[in-house]
Write a protein that binds this ligand. Structure first.
Ligand SMILES: Nc1nc2c(ncn2[C@@H]2O[C@H](COP(=O)(O)OP(=O)(O)OP(=O)(O)O)[C@@H](O)[C@H]2O)c(=O)[nH]1
Ligand SMILES: [Mg+2]
Length: 274
């Protein structure tokens, strides 16, 4: 089977899923080269960490969620920290809805780059929405990555505090380690909360199932919605997510992740379905 046909088969079109525009979001990850942007995206999508460095040109991933009967689409743009073209960067800022700015705690230059990026995002978005830099609200999280290399720290907490500011609704900071997988879940949860997106989009609430299984779950969710409309209980308690193959460099990934609503205690039940 040709690759395009394979992708089409594996990834239902937006029309088929009928995703309302209000449920479509784009997450953009920016920062200098080698700070760990791709490592963060990889943790988000697959839960894995790669020791070996491969420079990114620009990677695009798309993930669908079905949460309590509503479908959401999350586009993930993993940018290049290596001499990015200013026009490309501006475009990624213009089209982004939520942002993750990454620096490496062991690299001062990468922190200064995040300072510039934050300014550029606020300026660009305030121009776009006809607001001032002070009153524009852009869901934005700053990550100090490579927390596991604390011994080589080049950025001090005081300067990070200055950059982040005091309003957690405008900007949040997380010291993370993609390698050790520490504080990444909290970081994604905070970002989705800022954007008023369902917390179930956070990776710690995912469980892996096959694409076929996810398709069955999706049909079940739609059926549940219909039943609910007709007065039945339906299955709106359930929430699922599926990452189709990236639209950038073609991949034949067949994994599909589902999300379960947290229990009453606020903890998610994990279960490997397939
Ligand atoms: N010790 C440590 N190494 C990490 C961590 N995160 C990423 N790395 C390593 O740092 C290197 C660069 O990581 P990438 O995720 O490729 O960096 P990037 O920001 O995507 O780089 P570009 O694609 O060039 O912009 C890789 O060798 C990773 O294994 C971390 O939390 N701790
Ligand atoms: Mg990269």
């Amino acid at each position: 089977m040709k690759l395009a046909a394979m992708i089409k088969k594996m990834c239902p079109s937006e029309a088929e899923l009928s995703i309302p525009a209000k449920n479509c979001y784009r997450m953009v990850i920016l920062g200098s080269s080698k700070v760990g942007k791709t490592a963060i995206v990889s943790r988000f999508l697959t839960g894995r960490f790669e020791e070996q460095y491969t420079p990114t040109i620009e990677d695009f991933h798309r993930k669908f969620y079905s949460i309590r009967g509503e479908v959401y689409q999350l586009d993930i743009l993993d940018t290049s920290g290596n001499h990015p073209f200013p026009a490309m960067r501006r475009l990624s800022i213009l089209t982004g809805d939520v942002f993750i700015l990454v620096f490496s705690l062991d690299n001062r230059d990468s922190f200064e780059e995040v300072q510039r990026l934050k300014q550029q995002i606020l300026e660009t978005k305030s121009c776009l929405k006809n607001k001032t830099k002070e009153n524009i609200e852009v869901p934005l999280v700053i990550c100090g990555n490579k927390g596991d290399r604390d011994f080589y720290r080049e950025v001090q907490p005081r300067e990070i505090e200055q950059l982040v500011g005091t309003d957690p609704k405008k900007c949040a900071y997380f010291e993370i380690s993609a390698k050790k997988n520490s504080s990444l879940d909290q970081m994604f949860q905070a970002l989705f909360a800022m954007a008023k997106l369902p917390s179930e989009m956070s990776p710690d609430l995912h469980r892996k199932v096959s694409v076929q299984y996810c398709d069955i779950l999706h049909k079940k969710a739609l059926k549940g919605k219909k039943l609910l409309k007709e007065g039945g209980r339906g299955s709106t308690e359930e929430a699922y997510a599926a990452p189709p193959p990236p639209a950038g460099p073609a991949s034949t990934a067949t994994s599909c992740t589902s999300v379960r609503k947290p229990s009453a205690e606020g903890t998610a039940r994990r279960r490997t379905a397939v």
